[in-house]
Design a protein around this ligand. Structure first.
Ligand SMILES: NC(=O)c1ccc[n+]([C@@H]2O[C@H](COP(=O)([O-])OP(=O)(O)OC[C@H]3O[C@@H](n4cnc5c(N)ncnc54)[C@H](OP(=O)(O)O)[C@@H]3O)[C@@H](O)[C@H]2O)c1
Length: 355
């Protein structure tokens, strides 16, 4: 069967490069168009990209000429967006109006009630919001969003616990990699030998997006956000890739750490059942060593698509139902490009094209 032609917008950035890497080996999708800013447009991809990944630039993309985000050719089926949030909404809406299916990493529109915000193992059923989107907006295409990188990693580790025991309260402190801020994001002088205890707008995103993702889709086609008190502190640390998060949960029903580890370790969902190409066989990997997970050792678990959980312990001083753990995931793979590709696979298999 012919591959589905796809485009990558923001293809020269950190998330864009991950898209190119993942899609170059993809069994269903073929990158036929790349776009970036005016600065790069008209030049050969290999000549303009500041390639930072350890694999070579895939030959199939190296010679493509970088185009404008406004000139996506009509024969493209799926557009992956890794655009800055400042321009993403304008571009993505105009593409959806023209009939493209847009899968986007950028934050605008994530909280719109008819835009699915998907972490496929956690809330694949929310893809049905596309029917509401089609009714409400006069678009010929669709927009689907993947969550903020921190939220993808967090909700993948929360979902199995939430499904089994319920969650009453949640506290999270993050240690986020430099790559989370993009290629030109954090100056070396500010982050080397340092920790910055603030990431703009990040904490609100983690709270609101987590509640939407764990919310229930009603028969009326509305997601009721989960009513869950969440306290979040996000920090930037001098790690290249891999966000670590320390999580404290008060469960609704008491659970032993061994039971929680068991549930996390055995968690599987629709992407695994459908054998989607980018779905990791184990979405959550549990490490029993006291000093794991670590970014350098664990960020590429499951080709960067699994999250790794360790230090699952009871917090007896706070009460019987408090549990603590540490979770780590790759922010530009599981937290961005990889999850967007998984969303496109879910869409292709369940809603859209005939693959
Ligand atoms: N990094 C992460 O871990 C992560 C995780 C989740 C979500 N995200 C989101 O994903 C998006 C991309 O992030 P990133 O880290 O890849 O950023 P980045 O490294 O700064 O890359 C930005 C990309 O957008 C292009 N661009 C910039 N201004 C443009 C314009 N006016 N018109 C068209 N293209 C333009 C750049 O092209 P040039 O090279 O030509 O300037 C580059 O390709 C952001 O919305 C970010 O919030 C990032």
């Amino acid at each position: 069967m012919d591959k589905i032609p796809v485009a990558v917008l923001g293809a020269t950035g950190l998330v864009g490069q991950r898209f190119i890497e993942i899609l170059s080996k993809h069994p269903w999708f073929e990158v036929e168009y790349v776009a970036a800013s005016e600065r790069s447009a008209g030049l050969k991809y290999a000549d303009v990209v500041n390639w930072v990944l350890s694999n070579e630039i895939p030959g199939s993309v190296a010679n493509l000429v970088v185009g404008s985000v406004y000139d996506v050719p009509d024969d493209i089926e799926i557009v992956f967006s890794a655009l800055p949030s400042s321009i993403a909404e304008l571009v993505e809406v105009s593409l959806a109006r023209r009939g493209f299916t847009v899968v986007s990493n950028a934050s605008p529109l994530r909280m719109e009630p008819d835009i699915p915000l998907l972490n496929p193992e956690v809330n694949h059923d929310h893809i049905n919001l596309l029917k509401v989107q089609r009714r409400r907006r006069a678009w010929k295409g669709y927009i689907l969003k993947n969550p903020n990188c921190t939220t993808v990693i967090l909700t993948l580790s929360l979902a199995p616990i939430f499904n089994e025991y319920g969650i009453e309260q949640l506290m999270v402190t993050t240690m986020q990699a430099i790559s989370g801020a993009g290629l030109r994001g954090v100056p070396a002088y500010l982050i080397t030998d340092n920790i910055i205890p603030y990431i703009e707008k990040e904490e609100v995103k983690v709270m609101t997006e987590t509640r939407k993702i764990l919310g229930k889709l009603s028969e009326r086609g509305k997601v009721e956000p989960l009513s869950l008190p969440i306290a979040v502190t996000t920090t930037r640390v001098p790690v290249l890739d891999g966000h670590m998060e320390v999580v404290y949960i008060k469960t609704s029903n008491e659970a032993e750490p061994s039971e929680i580890m068991d549930i996390l370790e055995n968690f599987k969902s629709l992407p695994q059942e459908l054998k989607l190409p980018t779905a990791p066989s184990k979405p959550v990997i549990v490490r029993k060593e006291k000093d794991r997970p670590q970014p350098r050792l664990d960020r590429l678990a499951g080709n960067g698509m699994s999250v790794t959980v360790g230090r699952v312990e009871k917090m007896e001083e706070l009460g019987d139902r408090w549990i603590q753990y540490v979770v780590l995931g790759h922010n530009t793979i599981r937290g961005a490009a990889g999850t967007a590709v998984l969303i496109a696979e879910l869409y292709t298999k369940t809603m859209g094209l005939s693959h």
